[in-house]
Design a binder for this molecule. Structure first.
Ligand code: ATP
Length: 300
């Protein structure tokens, strides 16, 4: 594993300065994979956000020419709203996040942030405005302070402390022998899944982006930790335009709007209650997950 981390560290150094918008290694690898595909148009301006609205307009996309994944997808997220995307495995949920971060360009259609086509602005300015809290946060082999500060160039110790408080990791940091200067990762302290997720949240808070992309944790957090993380995320996303990619429905029931994706098409959309009343795909998924949860409790 150390061998695996060393090249990661190096890549980290190379990319850190150029791609400050990138906040997790997983995302970085996806970027490297696809780098040839997306380029800034010559003379592209920076994305300027007054009201962080978000819109997909008739977006068609496939990773390979012979297979279309999104078939003309349209939806809007008003500024400050919280929209969740749910749907069966393989429906294209994570693909939406990748397109928003412009790892790929749509085959046709447009993705607009505050009225600007994200394919026409610089990638650096786009990524600067979007914070990602990924499924599985990977930390750099460095101090916990560094891992939080990585959200933004020139973050001060005060910025780091404020973010750590909001992400509810101060109790952890206070227990560590060297506080924020404690090494984490392979060389130092091992953090639990929940603690890593909190570091990722703190990193996002330091970055302070107007738009948040939450890629829900599928990793096994115990339900108490999960509830605590959800509460923290709710606070963090309160005044930000938030797109949440959810694999479990219980975590997004309070979203302003839920989009139900099926085979790359919008099958249903509405609030949790509206969708339950509709008695369609969402209601079916909800009933199944409730039954599974009950079975789990009985087995425990
Ligand atoms: P899950 O809930 O299982 O994470 P999802 O709805 O997020 O699924 P996506 O990850 O968006 O689904 O994938 C949609 C489809 O695109 C899947 O059929 C997947 O196999 C395919 N796909 C994803 N990434 C790639 C890629 N890099 N190259 C080719 N096909 C891909």
């Amino acid at each position: 594993l150390t061998q695996l981390f060393r090249p990661l560290d190096m890549l980290g150094m190379v990319y850190r300065t150029v791609r400050q918008g990138m906040i997790d290694m997983g995302a970085m690898f996806r970027l490297i994979d696809t780098e040839a595909e997306v380029k800034d148009v010559p003379g592209a301006p920076a994305l300027v956000i007054n009201r962080p609205t978000l819109a997909f307009e008739d977006v068609v996309f496939g990773y390979e020419p012979e297979r279309t994944i999104l078939h003309g997808l349209s939806f809007e997220v008003p500024a400050g709203n919280h929209v969740a995307i749910v749907g069966p495995s393989g429906a294209g949920k994570s693909t939406i996040g990748r397109l928003l971060f412009r790892f790929y360009d749509p085959r046709s259609g447009r993705i607009l942030i505050d009225g600007q086509d994200i394919a026409r602005v610089t990638q650096a300015s786009l990524r600067d405005k979007i914070g990602i809290v990924p499924q599985d946060s990977v930390l750099f082999n460095d101090t916990i302070g560094y891992n939080i500060a990585y959200g933004r160039d020139g973050a001060t110790r005060e910025d780091i402390e404020i973010a750590a408080k909001a992400a509810a990791i101060m109790p952890l940091i206070e227990r560590l022998p060297e506080g924020f200067d404690t090494e984490v990762g392979e060389r130092g302290l091992k953090l639990s899944g929940g603690e890593k997720q909190r570091v990722a949240i703190a990193r996002t808070l330091v970055k302070d982006p107007p738009i948040l992309l939450l890629d829900e944790a599928t990793s096994a957090l115990d339900s108490r930790t999960e509830q605590e993380i959800l509460r923290t995320l709710r606070r963090v996303s309160e005044h930000r335009t938030t797109l949440a990619i959810a694999h479990r429905l219980s975590t997004i029931a309070d979203a302003d709007r839920i989009l139900v994706l099926d085979h790359g098409r919008l099958a249903e959309s509405g609030s949790h209650l509206e969708l339950l009343r509709r008695d369609g795909l969402y209601a079916e998924m909800w009933a199944r997950q409730q039954a599974e949860a009950e079975q789990g409790e009985e087995a425990a």
